[in-house]
Design a protein around this ligand. Structure first.
Ligand SMILES: *[C@@H]1O[C@H](CO)[C@@H](O)[C@H](O)[C@H]1NC(C)=O
Ligand SMILES: *[C@@H]1O[C@H](CO)[C@@H](O)[C@H](O)[C@H]1NC(C)=O
Ligand SMILES: *[C@@H]1O[C@H](CO)[C@@H](O)[C@H](O)[C@H]1NC(C)=O
Ligand SMILES: *[C@@H]1O[C@H](CO)[C@@H](O)[C@H](O)[C@H]1NC(C)=O
Length: 411
């Protein structure tokens, strides 16, 4: 149970810091120290990164049906060429950055070079999704009253429709990573018309079932309700706001010079995501990744995933019997109907992934009606984040089969 104690301690510290407001001395000290230890790519914002690697970039606002305003980016090698639109949708406590962090071997760069018009999405709550037409994220708790469900049902839907409209396409290609895949499963099961608005969905480290987790991830999940209760008591609805004291502390601890790679790589990321120091080297994790990751999310998002683990079902949010009855008309939340997910999908999974376990992805593969390809990455050390951050191995093992598949659905 060591890990859960560590997590609780960290969360306590974070929650105390959370209450200390931005402009104070500790905060600016953290900012100064952490900024000093990051590499250039760890400090540039998304458009600056894309520009640095020779790409053209535009920024748009997408407004969801329930009023959230999401910044999305359009990146291409040449805006005047006929670029096939493709959407990249990121995972939990993550952002659009994830697909750009590897610079000239990143997803964004590789797809842009191959002639795709790359749309990089952001979900509500993260640094590029912290706006709403009426709600104030700093004041209104209601802003943070969302989970994976709304990210799929509203954010992904609005983003896809925005791109379809902008590019005059009936349907588009999409890639999702981790929670980005769960969001696809939510959307296409709840709103079947979206199955036809996606030509092909490439699912990297897909997550629907989480029934076969092992320690330490399973231990963290078991500690989830206690952590969530603590956060609720402290009225913390937003976790890891951009450059808040808590988020700066993570950057400080995880970037070069302090405990960095040992604590955040070997101590946290590898035990949770899977062990792969060769694919996720110190320079990259401490210099680049921890400048942009983790990104903010709601407490409710984490609770929803925890419910999926503990209830052993890929279902809607569990509000408790009485509220479930009012909301769903049943005592338990309805399961997402994966049989209704008829979109063309390709599943890419890693043997060393600590979150998307092979037994769970095999089950998913058996349930989804339209799987074009189910590929277990041949490299045994392939983990959860190697799909977006893996050094050299994405170019060697992942891009070729994905590009080949995308090519078939390009027109
Ligand atoms: C990326 O940039 C590095 C350093 O400039 C260079 O050595 C490498 O060949 C480039 N890779 C690609 C795929 O362009
Ligand atoms: C995140 O915070 C940094 C530092 O305060 C700021 O420069 C940046 O603009 C913020 N990003 C967004 C998207 O708000
Ligand atoms: C599509 O785009 C046009 C013009 O850019 C705009 O007037 C229209 O409202 C958009 N439709 C939707 C459904 O977003
Ligand atoms: C799930 O979707 C399938 C395909 O649309 C349908 O036949 C089935 O009745 C649905 N199941 C439930 C429980 O709604």
């Amino acid at each position: 149970m060591n890990l859960s104690r560590v997590i609780i301690t960290i969360l306590c510290v974070l929650s105390i810091l959370h209450t200390s407001k931005a402009e104070n001395d500790t905060d600016s000290l953290f900012t100064r120290v952490s900024e000093a230890t990051l590499s250039e790519d760890g400090k540039l914002d998304f458009p600056q990164l894309a520009t640095k690697y020779g790409l053209s970039v535009e920024q748009y606002d997408v407004t969801t049906e329930d009023g959230y305003i999401l910044t999305i980016f359009y990146v291409a090698k040449d805006f005047n060429a006929t670029n096939t639109p493709i959407l990249l949708f990121h995972g939990i406590i993550d952002s659009c950055y994830t697909y750009m962090l590897r610079g000239n071997t990143s997803w964004v760069y590789t797809l842009a070079e191959a002639g795709y018009g790359v749309w990089v999405g952001n979900n509500r709550g993260n640094l590029y999704g912290r706006r709403h037409v009426t709600l104030n994220p700093g004041k209104d708790d209601k802003f943070w009253d969302y989970s994976l469900h709304e990210i799929g049902y509203y954010d992904l839907a609005a983003t896809i429709d925005f791109i379809r409209n902008k590019t005059n396409s009936a349907s588009i290609l999409t890639i999702g990573h981790s929670q980005g895949t769960s969001a696809h499963f939510v959307l296409t099961s709840m709103r079947p018309e979206y199955n036809d608005r996606i030509k092909l969905f490439v699912a990297l480290a897909p997550i629907a079932y989480l029934n076969n987790l092992e320690p330490p991830v399973s231990i963290a999940a078991a500690a989830g309700p206690a952590i969530a209760a603590l956060l609720k008591t402290l009225n913390i609805n937003e976790l890891l706001e951009n450059h808040s004291a808590a988020s700066n502390l993570v950057t400080l601890l995880c970037s070069k010079g302090v405990v960095s790679y040992v604590a955040c790589g070997f101590g946290t990321l590898f035990p949770l995501a899977g062990f792969d120091p060769a694919g996720l080297e110190e320079e990259f994790l401490t210099g680049v990744v921890f400048g942009h990751y983790p990104s903010a999310t709601s407490r409710k998002s984490l609770v929803h995933y925890d419910q999926i683990v503990l209830r052993r079902e890929f279902a809607q949010y569990d509000y408790g019997t009485i509220r479930n009855l009012a909301k769903y008309g049943s005592e338990s939340p309805p399961a997402y109907n994966l049989t209704a997910v008829t979109v063309n999908v390709a599943l890419f999974v890693g043997s060393s992934d600590g979150v998307s376990k092979l037994k769970d992805t095999e089950h998913l593969n058996n349930i989804l009606p339209n799987v074009l390809q189910y590929k277990v990455m041949e490299l045994k050390r392939w983990n959860h984040v190697d799909f977006v951050w893996g050094k050299d191995i994405m170019s060697e093992y992942l891009y070729p089969p994905v590009l080949e598949l995308l090519e078939k659905y390009r027109n």
